[in-house]
Design a protein around this ligand. Structure first.
Ligand code: MN
Ligand code: MN
Length: 342
């Protein structure tokens, strides 16, 4: 029962308050980002869509983090369509500004923007698209900007690792239904089933600092490179037996203190939640597990991250894009957490 003094206190504190009036200093800082002109805030559905509603920029100068679309799916082995992934993720509203578990509002700690999509010299040539991605990402690295990429098919992670692991091989947290460590076939080694083998062979990815989580489906026979090279592989069914906190701890231990990349394939999620992808596999992660796993990576020195394989043609509810946007935001929070710790 609310006694009169308690009610009087609430009336005093909130009776004349606007929606942007907060008493907690951390909440007040977030509110100040949102309520820019008195008590007005921009509707989430207004203006041209950008990744996470970030400002649109063409140049990385002055940024800490660049959100980048990679609309390319020439590397798929099954259903195509992920070239429209960045556009679908941009269309998602109301992601952020605050992550309540990590207690982080990235915009209070980082300058970030949507840099648009990587331009390709030829939409018809997978190898030349990869060269364009590598050159673009090398530019991000030279500018001291952490890139967060939205795909596009998973083959795009290979040229990103080449650009970011150029001087020192990277550690990797790879969340996927598939290990993506198979080899060349039909004259192509750049397809989305093999980026992590190629990255190891090129000396830009350290397999002993790599963990692959969520693996399942009928393609296990393709992944012997993972175990042979020393990667840690956590299958989907082990999420129930080990638990998400223990797997996150294992990921932090495997990756250690060095520079690390986070690669998130939306087919790691169960198709019940994320049907909009080219190679769905039953028996996957829930979004709640995936987000808890990502948050559990706080503390890693993340130099880049991605979310890939969003194919909106198969995403009748737009749930897949919605989850992908939330994954992207959580990756941004991880970069913010690392930046604060430094
Ligand atoms: Mn993949
Ligand atoms: Mn996959």
């Amino acid at each position: 029962m609310l006694d009169p003094p308690a009610l009087a206190r609430l009336r005093e504190r909130y009776g004349g308050a606007k929606g942007g009036t907060m008493h907690d200093p951390a909440f007040r800082e977030v509110a100040a980002l949102q309520f820019r002109e008195g008590d007005r805030r921009t509707p989430p559905y207004a203006d041209p869509a950008t990744l996470l509603g970030a400002p649109w920029r063409r140049e990385p100068a002055g940024l800490d983090v660049a959100l980048v679309g990679v609309p390319m799916d020439l590397g798929v082995t099954n259903r195509s369509g992920a070239r429209l992934g960045p556009r679908a993720v941009r269309a998602v509203e109301r992601i952020g500004p605050y992550e309540h578990v990590m207690r982080i509002a990235p915009a209070t700690r980082l300058a970030y923007a949507d840099l648009g999509d990587i331009p390709f010299r030829s939409r018809f040539d997978l190898a030349s698209c990869h060269a364009d991605i590598e050159a673009f990402m090398a530019g991000m690295r030279a500018a001291g900007v952490v890139p967060l990429a939205v795909g596009g098919d998973h083959s795009l992670t290979y040229p990103i690792l080449r650009a970011l692991g150029h001087e020192r091989p990277l550690g990797l947290v790879h969340i996927d239904a598939h290990c993506d460590t198979s080899g060349e076939y039909e004259g192509c080694r750049f397809h989305h089933g093999g980026p992590f083998r190629q990255a190891v062979l090129d000396g830009v990815l350290d397999p002993t600092r790599t963990i692959q989580i969520g693996i399942r489906g009928g393609a296990e026979y393709l992944w012997e490179f993972s175990t042979d090279s020393g990667m840690t592989v956590i299958h989907a069914e082990e999420i129930d037996t080990l638990g998400v906190p223990a797997i996150a701890a294992r990921a932090r231990a495997v990756v250690g203190d060095g520079p690390a990349y986070v690669s998130f394939d939306v087919d790691s999620l169960d198709p019940a939640f994320a049907p909009g992808t080219g190679t769905p596999e039953a028996g996957g992660l829930t979004p709640r597990e995936a987000l808890a796993l990502l948050r559990g990576l706080a503390g890693l020195d993340i130099v880049g991250a991605d979310v890939v394989e969003v194919a909106p043609q198969y995403d009748a509810t737009t749930n897949t894009a919605q989850i992908a946007a939330q994954v992207l935001f959580t990756e941004l929070c991880l970069v913010a957490a690392a930046r604060t710790r430094r």
